[in-house]
Design a protein around this ligand. Structure first.
Ligand SMILES: Cc1ncc(C[n+]2csc(CCOP(=O)(O)OP(=O)(O)O)c2C)c(N)n1
Length: 987
């Protein structure tokens, strides 16, 4: 094309692009208003046209005004779209050449087509990106990325096309456009971002990557730093492989680019205000991260390989395998210090995610990081785990919720394209392991792990995105796993072809070192020197390992200082009584609202009832006692955080923590209005998740020992959806990792005929988990005792998780109330309680019933109804730690009596199998006449409870009768059931 032609063309294309845009607007308003040939053209373009036209218009373009009658609308009216088929304007304004309507149309159609193609690259370019270092599967061409799909032919390759500065190109040939879009979208990075609905976020990513063709030009120093980190990462694994051949280490070999990428996140993050990063990661590469990112001394790691403990031996605990351990450190980049803490985790992949997120939230509160840019979560994942574990989705779901958000997590997937021995095709239904992250519209950067510069580059963009938009972002690094799942495994059993390819594949460091040598940045000798220096350093640390002794455990530092490891059993009451003045002050706040709030009339009645409780000092119910515990702790400076499904109102409409204005739906939390200088309560209605939410609250409790942190189940039965957090963290975290938690779990429990899933919080499971003073399990019968149990959590110098079986019917039971004096001076938590009023002298008793929780009231009522005076009742308010000393002294007056354990749960559930040995042993110790306790409860059962009310009532009556009947071992149904089972087993 000659210069003159070009002048004509570029002149033409700009204005006519606008013209076409306007024409398209008219078409959308009324298709019949434009020439039929244009109608056909617009129709064929399909849905994407609108956005393409918008790009063609450019940001500065404003639509032309519609011509007014008699106005000077000549410009807008002219042209083919106006129906006159004449290029009057073009001719008139250009004045250089006769331009036909066909010329204009061809040119602008080119523009539109080119832009549609560019758009297709933004949406689908990642599908043709060069992501797999092994190149095992050919990437099939996608038709939407083929220029021919837009009507272009070979002949169009060099014709200039106006694209209005898209991709930084005003006018470019098709050849050039294709080159740029392929560089940007189909290189070694594939970006998924067009699913993001927020225009600012989408535009930010587009601009960020298109402006530099998705490539950072690293300085020489930057390239050296990348090579240095790759060398450290590679040589560390090699050294371990050599010294501890075949020992499990879950090496990073093949995924080494993660290490410089993590460095980049800290460096760029530090520049953007980041001060602290909480990290969660799986087994893969964990030792490498500990050593080469967190700065854990190599000597310490080698010592652990040689069987040394991670903590001083006098600390105790069961310890854990080395690739589960956490640590913390400070790193400095360009004068910015960033504190890092890697959270300890169990084998259960992804289980640590919500724990990390909860920790971050607590730290943000501590640092008053209201814009959430100082503290960030960094989660690493395996590809199979990210796709497979539902907890990933549950935790992502927390990311934008008011009560849980932390301003975004950076996710880094080490996508080695295999899970143990399972291929991706058997691992997931979607094309990418990262697909679940689209549910929160997170941008996803797929990147080839053999290109460390590309990996560092996306780490930088991801960090900027997180700090700018405070939103989750995902890096999916395609790589490979050089060895078997662990180093003792033979991978060729199952993936022979893949492992043949890996065997012949140079390491990431080798590839990069060669590249830098070719670029003349680092000579081959220098590269080898880096390797040698690393080897020397490792050898030196190795030599020192046998003499290495960890000098202190780090568990009572920072916000934990002042707290201590628990020592000895016993009552451990803590000082939980509250002065009458403070009780009155909290009572006042709980029952009086500002006049401006429009309260629901039933809530008003509840508040009036509360006022009466405080005025009379009588009848304080469960919910009020709980609010009193919260309120008094708040005044004492302990924040309270409660989250669970429908926790504000309370599943049983008992709590009403937030009063909702009936006109405006504004929330008012009376507990935040006791005094000006009090701590705050946060009551969060959680999403319908147990696993993630319990994990989050557990994480919160790890980072904030001075807050009372509570998770509440809707019904206790649902807690088993969170079993991993219970087993792997709450019950065993302190023993494995020396991490205390004062988390409270509220689990509604009790047999009230509501069926199999609304009766039991599976008390037996918590009791089975109880050992080595790990948790506390209580099943209180009075509001005041519950109050003291909650306050006790903050009023001792140690922290232990507290599992509370909470009531349902007792919330409104007329006898399950306390008096104000039960909260006042001199009061405390009681592990064992006898009846409120003894029916007679213990000397005259013939039987003593031990029980726990709601069944106490059923026994009491029936005993009164039958006027029984020789059966006394002892309530075990705390089941673990088992109150052996208290039980011995409470049982003492009943040495001559029969002892019965009464429970509502089936015999294979509830407390029976746990308490029976304790009771017998204690009874023997005090010289009881009948030391073996008798069981009164439901027979063994597969399902926790019947779904039939009639049957429930019969069963309940039977077990109460059984418990109250003196000395009578009931054969009948229990024995029959057991014999039947034995017979079946024998057949
Ligand atoms: C919840 C859970 N289920 C099963 C396992 C056993 N397991 C350990 S590693 C692994 C494969 C993980 O694959 P991937 O997530 O891709 O990580 P990679 O080991 O490949 O880095 C499996 C199944 C586990 N640790 N956790």
């Amino acid at each position: 094309m000659s210069n003159t032609d070009q002048e004509h063309s570029s002149f033409l294309f700009g204005p006519n692009a606008h013209f076409i845009a306007d024409l398209y607007g008219r078409y959308l308003d009324d298709p019949g208003s434009v020439d039929p040939s244009w109608q056909g053209f617009f129709r064929d373009l399909g849905d994407d046209t609108r956005s393409v036209i918008e790009e063609l218009r450019g940001a500065s373009w404003t639509p032309p005004r519609r011509p007014e009658a008699g106005g000077n609308g000549a410009v807008e009216e002219a042209g083919p779209g106006a129906g006159n088929g004449k290029a009057a304007v073009a001719e008139g304004v250009a004045g250089k050449r006769q331009i036909t309507a066909e010329d204009i149309r061809a040119a602008t159609i080119d523009s539109i087509r080119a832009l549609m193609m560019i758009r297709a690259y933004r949406v689908r370019g990642h599908l043709e990106a060069d992501l797999d270092p092994l190149g095992l599967k050919p990437t099939p061409p996608h038709p939407e990325l083929d220029p021919r799909s837009y009507g272009f032919t070979e002949e169009d390759l060099d014709r200039p096309i106006f694209i209005n500065n898209v991709l930084g190109l005003e006018t470019a040939s098709l050849r050039e456009i294709v080159k740029v879009v392929r560089e940007t979208y189909c290189g070694r990075i594939g970006v998924e971002f067009m699913h993001i609905q927020d225009p600012a976020q989408k535009a930010w990513i587009q601009e960020r990557i298109e402006s530099i063709r998705n490539q950072t030009q690293f300085t020489e120093a930057g390239k050296r730093a990348i090579l240095d980190r790759l060398t450290a990462a590679e040589q560390f694994e090699r050294f371990l492989d050599k010294k501890y051949t075949g020992t499990k280490r879950f090496g990073l070999d093949g995924g080494e680019s993660m290490v410089p990428a993590l460095e980049q996140i800290l460096k760029r993050g530090g520049q953007l205000g980041l001060q602290e990063v909480v990290i969660g990661m799986p087994h893969r590469g964990r030792l490498n991260v500990l050593a080469n990112f967190m700065g854990k001394p190599y000597t310490a790691i080698f010592s652990e390989f040689q069987g040394g403990a991670a903590n001083p031996e006098d600390i105790g605990g069961s310890g854990d395998v080395k690739y589960h351990l956490g640590t913390s450190s400070d790193r400095e980049f360009d004068g910015n210090v960033v504190h890092l803490s890697l959270t300890a985790n169990p084998s259960h992949l992804e289980a640590v995610n919500p724990v990390v997120v909860g920790k971050v939230r607590a730290k943000q509160v501590q640092r008053q990081d209201t814009d959430r840019t100082s503290v960030m979560a960094l989660l690493m994942h395996g590809d199979a785990a990210f796709a497979g574990q539902g907890l990933v989705a549950e935790t992502l779901d927390l990311s934008e919720l008011r009560g849980y958000r932390i301003g975004g997590t950076i996710h880094f997937i080490v996508n080695n394209q295999i899970g143990f021995t399972t291929n991706p095709v058997n691992s997931r239904s979607g094309p990418y392991c990262s697909d679940v992250a689209k549910m929160i519209q997170a941008p996803i950067f797929h990147v080839n792990g053999d290109d460390p510069e590309a990996v560092v580059h996306v780490a930088r963009i991801a960090t900027e995105f997180r700090q700018t938009f405070r939103k989750d972002v995902v890096i999916d690094m395609f790589c490979y796993r050089r060895h078997g799942h662990n180093e003792g495994d033979e991978p060729a059993f199952t993936q022979p072809l893949m492992y043949k390819a890996i065997a012949g594949h140079a390491t990431v460091r080798e590839i990069y070192a060669e590249r830098l040598a070719n670029e003349g940045v680092v000579t081959a000798e220098e590269g080898d020197g880096m390797v040698q220096a690393m080897q020397d350093c490792l050898q030196e640390s190795f030599d020192a390992a046998s003499a290495y002794k960890p000098n202190k455990a780090d568990w009572l530092e920072g916000v934990w200082s002042g707290l201590d490891k628990v020592r000895g059993f016993g009552a451990r009451r803590g000082d939980t009584a509250v002065s009458p003045e403070l009780l009155a002050e909290v009572g006042q706040a709980l029952s009086k609202l500002p006049d401006s709030i429009n309260v629901h009339r039933k809530v008003r009645r509840i508040l009036d009832a509360k006022r009466k409780m405080f005025e009379t000092g009588e009848g304080i119910d469960w919910a009020t006692a709980e609010a009193m515990a919260f309120g008094t702790l708040l005044v004492e400076g302990n924040p309270v955080r409660l989250s669970g499904q429908d926790s504000n109102r309370g599943t049983f409409s008992q709590r009403h923590a937030a009063i909702i204005d009936q006109e405006t739906e504004q929330r008012y939390l009376p507990l935040n209005h006791i005094r000006d200088d009090q701590a705050r309560i946060e009551v969060v209605d959680s999403p319908l998740s147990e696993l993630a939410v319990l994990g989050f609250e557990y994480g919160y409790s790890l980072a904030e020992p001075r807050a009372l942190t509570i998770w509440e189940a809707q019904f206790g039965d649902f807690a088993n959806g969170a079993q991993i957090i219970i087993d792997q963290f709450i019950a065993s975290g302190e023993s494995k990792w020396l991490r205390m938690s004062g988390l409270v779990m509220l689990l509604p429990h009790g047999y009230e005929g509501q069926g199999p899933e609304h009766s039991s919080a599976r008390l037996e499971r918590f009791l089975q988990l109880s050992a080595e003073d790990n948790i506390q399990v209580v099943n209180c019968t009075t509001p005041a005792n519950y109050f003291h149990a909650l306050r006790r959590q903050m009023h001792r110098n140690f922290r232990k998780p507290l599992i509370v079986m909470t009531p349902k019917s007792l919330l409104r039971h007329k006898r399950a109330v306390s008096r104000l004096e039960n909260f006042g001076p001199g009061t405390t938590f009681h592990r064992i309680m006898h009846c409120d009023e003894l029916p007679g002298d213990p000397k005259d008793a013939r039987q003593v019933i031990l029980c726990s929780g709601k069944v106490y009231y059923d026994l009491l009522e029936e005993r009164e109804k039958r006027a029984i005076t020789d059966v006394h009742i002892l309530r075990m308010e705390q089941l673990y730690p088992f109150p052996a000393d208290a039980l011995a002294s409470e049982l003492e007056p009943y040495r001559h009596c029969h002892i019965v354990w009464c429970q509502e749960e089936p015999r294979n559930m509830g407390g029976w199998t746990y308490v029976m040995e304790f009771i017998e042993e204690i009874a023997q110790e005090i010289g009881a006449e009948h030391p073996r306790p008798r069981y009164a409860g439901r027979p063994t059962a597969a399902s926790p409870a019947t779904g039939l009310m009639k049957r429930h009532n019969e069963e309940q009556a039977l077990l109460i009768n059984d418990a109250l009947t003196v000395g009578k071992p009931r054969l009948g149904r229990i024995a029959t059931r057991k014999r039947g089972e034995a017979d079946m087993a024998a057949q």
